[in-house]
Design a protein around this ligand. Structure first.
Ligand code: ATP
Ligand code: MG
Length: 332
């Protein structure tokens, strides 16, 4: 079976609709056809200022959400990044292959660092795409399901893998980004030209999976739309409505054209009301399962420990090969 790998940051108390539609839905689907490795990337979460207690809680909540959304730990290897020290070890080798100018071109860094004072921006935030490359290359992943915002980092990962192979001999698998076009970028409800984001969206702009569905319904009702009335998909001129249509279409598993027909001659209000209902139907059972997993943290930790053990076997093998190729003297 080809291998798939992806990760998500525990940077909030809940995942949002963008995370689910852009990435996690694909994670679940790819478990059947792939040997899957999925992780909570806590090492990435400390690239910005954070609270240690919150990080620990969010790491568990993240794992519980992944299980509740359908990641099956019997079929997939589910683990926490910091449990596998090989990530930090391969990261160093990858940093020494990355050009400074190359790293400086990453637009996510430019966006995220622009929002903070210079002295608050960490070197870790600057080099995190390189750690991400190490995350992927350690598992020799063929496919990496992510949202559109990660496309550039995947390109960097491919470049680094190819560079390593050219310089030291074929060792690493060059991975492909798996980006589902339709839902690759879910937008902020209040600012439908920027992506919904755990760390950057305002509370009103973000639909959290673990929010009370009544709160989410209200956010959807207040979503920014244009002054027209026609429910049509037109991302250039009707960004807000188009975003709602994409979310609706994905959650209800119905083509956008179908929805356009259904809401012809009706206003945005009806669309928003029905979308809120579809969302409630989706999140309610997910939230119940999350609560169950969190009620038994010892069992949850056990699942993660088993995952880390499996992950380490694969990671250690790749790291040994890499260390050997770059000329590190093996310890006796
Ligand atoms: P942060 O703001 O802390 O970076 P985030 O919301 O971007 O958080 P990540 O943990 O960085 O979430 O990303 C997890 C996955 O979700 C990635 O594959 C990313 O591409 C995807 N993703 C994040 N936001 C969106 C979005 N608005 N639309 C589609 N996919 C998204
Ligand atoms: Mg992100």
């Amino acid at each position: 079976k080809p291998r798939v790998l992806s990760g998500i940051q525990p940077t909030a108390d809940s995942f949002h609709l963008g995370n689910y539609l852009g990435a996690l839905r694909q994670w679940v689907a790819l478990q059947d056809s792939h040997d899957a490795f999925y992780m909570v990337v806590d090492m990435h979460a400390i690239t910005v200022e954070h609270d240690p207690k919150a990080l620990r809680r969010r790491t568990r909540v993240s794992a519980a959400q992944l299980l509740a959304l359908g990641i099956d730990p019997e079929r997939s290897t589910l683990f926490v990044q910091s449990h596998v020290p090989e990530h930090a070890q391969l990261n160093w080798v990858m940093e020494c292959l990355t050009g400074f100018g190359e790293a400086s071109r990453m637009t996510q860094f430019k966006d995220k660092s622009a929002k903070q004072a210079v002295d608050r921006v960490t070197v870790g935030l600057f080099t995190y795409p390189v750690l991400q490359a190490a995350d992927i290359l350690l598992y020799r992943a063929h496919s990496v399901p992510v949202g559109e915002d990660q496309r550039q980092h995947l390109e960097l990962t491919r470049d680094l893998a190819q560079r390593f192979n050219t310089r030291f001999g074929r060792t690493l698998v060059v991975p492909e980004a798996h980006i589902v076009k339709h839902t690759a970028k879910v937008y902020d409800l209040q600012d439908p030209t920027s992506k919904m984001s755990k760390s950057a969206s305002s509370p009103a702009g973000i639909v959290d999976l673990l929010d009370d569905p009544k709160v989410s319904a209200k956010k959807i009702r207040s979503a920014v739309t244009d002054t027209g009335r026609e429910v049509v998909y037109d991302p250039e001129n009707k960004a807000g409505v188009s975003n709602l249509l994409v979310i609706y279409s994905a959650l209800a598993d119905r083509p956008v054209a179908d929805l356009e027909r259904e809401y012809e001659g009706r206003g945005y209000g009806d669309l928003k009301k029905d979308l809120a209902e579809v969302l409630t139907g989706f999140v309610t059972p997910v939230q119940a399962r999350v609560r169950e997993y969190l009620n038994d943290p010892a069992e949850l930790d056990k699942v993660l420990a088993r995952g880390a053990e499996r992950a380490r076997e694969v990671a250690a093998r790749t790291l040994r090969a890499v260390y050997d190729r770059v000329g590190f003297l093996p310890p006796m």
